[in-house]
Write a protein that binds this ligand. Structure first.
Ligand code: SAM
Length: 292
């Protein structure tokens, strides 16, 4: 059996088992390809080069065992492989931190935020950093800036430390243990934030794969806006004059607009559409705070 044939067979098994996707892949075929190539120790980004390679029984058994584990545990593939890829960059992850999949990663890579940045941009805060992936991608995208990365979860910060060290960025990224801005000092030119924003109704319906992630990383209260209300209130005090906040809100745009009807917001286009990530200037945030 070839690599490609095995992938097709594994995809059929995942489909039949009804596993959920959304932690790096969106369908059974891509997930089967990822797990198959990973189990065989083959590069994940060049299936064409190995598609017709013949596999012996031991290889096939190794792949089948990993797919068995994926189906029986319902853990996201990234927790089984302990790696997640964002914008072609590999990150370590385990169950202490949510599997990274923020759309802010693609905005850092494609330059969508750059029109709001400039010579004045020296400091970035990655608020709610989780495994540290956005902090690392920001440090890579903007080689001259310093990044602070904060999280309430000490466990997530342990995972973030692994990533900061693996990417050789300990001199440029500082990790902070903080309840939102409580232990954050100073002001920033850019704040990135992918906070918990899943509303209570959606939390109750989450597939097992999402329930395997830390609840602290997902739950955002009745309308998903609990943390975001605090962030928007406190952010202006931590932003320089020309600073912007880039905030991911997932599928919660309706709740966001209901909670902040007067806020001037710029919606940034992502591969999942224009409703996922919003950019807010300090000026708009300060005006919103004054209106309260
Ligand atoms: C949706 S995850 C995002 C993680 C990471 N930025 C990413 O994109 O993969 C939200 C993160 O917020 C953290 N968090 C939850 N409540 C917090 C709070 N009050 N203060 C700081 N961080 C908090 C969680 O521990 C979690 O790591």
């Amino acid at each position: 059996m070839t690599v490609l044939e095995l992938i097709e067979r594994m995809a059929a098994r995942l489909d039949e088992a009804g596993v959920s996707f959304g932690h790096g892949t969106t369908n059974a075929r891509d997930e089967a390809a990822w797990l198959t190539l990973w189990a065989l120790g083959l590069p994940l980004d060049d299936l064409d080069a190995v598609a017709t390679r013949e596999l012996d029984r031991a290889d096939q058994a190794r792949v089948n065992a990993l797919i068995d584990e994926r189906i029986t545990t319902r853990l996201p593939a990234a927790y089984l492989t302990q790696e997640a890829w964002l914008q072609g960059v590999r990150f370590y992850v385990d169950e202490r931190a949510i599997v990274p999949r923020s759309f802010i990663a693609e905005l850092l890579a494609d330059g969508s935020i750059d029109p709001w940045l400039g010579a004045h941009t020296r400091t970035v805060l990655d608020l709610c950093t989780g495994n540290g992936s956005l902090a690392v991608l920001a440090a890579m995208a903007y080689p001259d800036i310093h990044v602070d990365a904060s999280d309430l979860s000490a466990e997530a910060l342990e995972v973030a430390r692994i990533n900061v060290e693996r990417h050789g960025l300990t001199q440029r990224i500082r990790l902070l243990h903080s309840d939102l801005f409580d232990a954050v000092r100073g002001r920033y030119d850019l704040i990135l934030c992918n906070p918990p924003y899943v509303n209570t109704l959606s939390m109750a319906a989450l597939p097992a794969e999402y329930q395997a992630e830390p609840e602290l990383a997902l739950a955002g209260g009745d309308d998903g806006m609990d943390l975001i209300r605090r962030i928007l209130r406190q952010a202006p005090d931590h932003m320089n004059e020309q600073a912007v906040l880039v905030l991911e809100i997932g599928h919660e745009r309706a709740h966001f607009e209901a909670a902040f009807p007067l806020l001037e917001a710029v919606w940034l286009d992502t591969s999942a559409g224009p409703d996922m990530v919003v950019l807010l200037t300090r000026e708009a945030l300060a005006a919103q705070t004054l209106l309260r």
